[in-house]
Write a protein that binds this ligand. Structure first.
Ligand code: SAH
Ligand code: F3S
Length: 484
């Protein structure tokens, strides 16, 4: 049985990201990405910018002219992982002396120029909104100066850059639709590292999807810290919406409309999205999902805690009751919907009763999957400034273990619901455990494995589900689905 902890660990593993080489490019870029899918997508944008500067990607650290690490600050552990990677780069640089090292992403934004003092190996520090400045910054570095740009932007959505797909299976891709977050959850560093929320022009989103469809991609995941808050009114920060002209306000496009546009224009493409914040999720989105077969029946709907007092301390903008109401409405409109969660165990002031409320809420929702964490204090957040990290590490770990155990029970419960059904699966690659089996996902985002037979990568296949584990469904293909 694959453990949930293992899946979480994989989420923060870095990987050398590569794409096809171009003969005219003479320099070598080693880039790896930690943290969320948004970082992964940003690395693809960075690779596109550097492709124009003559860089091919490489998997071999030792031969790189430039090493970039796209970093995550969400928990202390994520930052420690990156610091350890820098030690490895340092060892390589002793041999490859001309190699330059740059830090991108959330740690770059959080630590700014301090990075250069703390980690002597680093030549370049670039925040998430400053990647277009990379060519200039590299010029400075090549002239022997350290270079830093961590300016956060009101406008930048990288809408005009076609990402170079890295480590792609050629079947599924991410397209970012919003950047930043305005929610200010008291535990979270993201609003500080990724700035204020802004949405991307739907025209450029649809164009990018069109390019992916032309290249035979079959599944697109729309990305943002808070996709349901998407609002296009001509550009700029979401918080300035009220200052926009009446015309701009009246013709604004929200997330439900954007989803509808995507699913209508590309009916053979599967759409997913992540992440949804409960207070911003409108039932219009659920009705749009119900209307289109090609929008997957799965929502990642983090709550963080099942206790009202903890939700309040976290500055989550809804109560437990409002969340459960939303979930009930979702299941009413789309009974086959699967939901997943993020939970934090041991936030400041969390009592045993609060923890029990979390377990109780999980029993009510029965999520199909979850990402669960022990609370980790982040410098600069309101919780770090104003609240006491007063739950002992042992208690955090014990509560986390209980949450994970319950989630595994629910994952198995949800997985078993699929057994006996015939489900459409998009083939995404070879199963990790068996070369003779394909791996894909059903609409609910559950992994399905089945014998390859004559089926091919990127095809939609109907699979009869015969068996399951906590995380994987097992079946046999019974023919092509009508989506091919
Ligand atoms: N809206 C974002 C959330 C990013 S953070 C998204 O697109 O997914 C991802 C998850 O990390 C959060 O939902 C939360 O469960 C967890 N997290 C954030 N800050 C944390 C902290 N200080 N300690 C532990 N977990 C944290
Ligand atoms: Fe973080 Fe809350 Fe935004 S978890 S990313 S501040 S919705």
């Amino acid at each position: 049985m694959e453990s949930v902890e293992k899946v979480i660990d994989e989420k923060i593993q870095g990987k050398a990201l590569v794409t096809e080489n171009k003969a005219e490019n003479t320099k070598k870029l080693f880039i790896e990405s930690y943290g969320c899918q948004m970082n992964m997508n940003d690395s693809e944008i960075v690779a596109a910018i550097l492709d124009k500067e003559g860089y091919n990607t490489t998997q071999i650290l030792e031969e790189a002219d430039l090493v970039l690490v796209n970093t995550c600050s969400i928990r202390e552990k994520a930052e420690t992982t990156v610091r350890n990677r820098l030690k490895k780069y340092n060892a390589v640089k002793k041999v490859n002396k001309t190699m330059k090292v740059g830090v991108l992403g959330c740690m770059a934004e959080r630590l700014k120029a301090k990075f250069l003092e703390e980690e002597k190996i680093v030549d370049l520090v670039v925040g998430p909104d400053a990647y277009k400045d990379l060519p200039n910054l590299l010029e400075e570095v090549n002239e022997g100066r350290d270079a830093v740009n961590v300016i956060l932007s009101k406008e930048e959505t990288y809408g005009d850059i076609a990402p170079v797909r890295l480590n792609s299976n050629g079947v599924s891709a991410f397209v970012s639709i919003t950047r930043g977050c305005d929610n200010m959850c008291t535990f979270c560093v993201v609003p500080f590292t990724r700035g204020r929320e802004r949405s991307r022009d739907p025209k450029s989103i649809l164009e990018e999807i069109g390019q992916m469809v032309d290249k035979n991609y079959k599944e697109i995941t729309l990305l943002g810290q808070n996709v349901d808050s998407y609002l296009w009114f001509g550009g700029g920060l979401k918080k300035d919406f009220k200052k926009a002209s009446e015309m701009a306000q009246a013709t604004a496009i929200d997330f439900a409309q954007l989803l509808d546009m995507c699913a209508t224009k590309y009916p053979k493409t599967r759409f997913r999205f992540s992440t949804s914040n409960p207070q911003d999720m409108s039932l219009d989105v659920i009705h749009t999902m119900a209307k289109h077969k090609n929008i997957c029946k799965y929502i990642h709907l983090p709550i963080q805690s099942g206790s009202n007092s903890v939700l309040k301390a976290m500055n989550r903008q809804h109560t437990r009751e409002e969340y459960l109401d939303l979930v009930e409405n979702i299941y009413k409109i789309i009974p086959e919907m699967n939901l997943s969660q993020d939970m934090i165990a041991g936030f400041c002031g969390e009592t045993e009763k609060d923890h029990q409320d979390t377990l109780d809420l999980m029993e009510k929702v029965k999520y199909s999957f979850g990402f669960m964490f022990a609370y980790s204090e982040r410098p600069g957040t309101l919780a770090a400034k104003k609240m006491k990290d007063d739950v002992s590490l042992a208690t955090k770990k014990r509560r986390l273990k209980e949450i994970i155990a319950l989630q595994q029970k629910h994952s198995l419960y949800r997985a078993k619901q699929h057994v006996g059904q015939v489900q459409e699966v998009l083939i995404e690659g070879t199963s990790k455990k068996n070369d003779n089996e394909w791996k894909g996902r059903n609409t609910q985002n559950t992994v399905v494995v089945f014998p390859k037979e004559h089926y091919k990568l990127g095809e939609f296949v109907n699979v009869k589900i015969n068996d399951c584990t906590t995380t994987t469904l097992k079946g046999v293909a019974v023919g092509y689905s009508d989506n091919n």
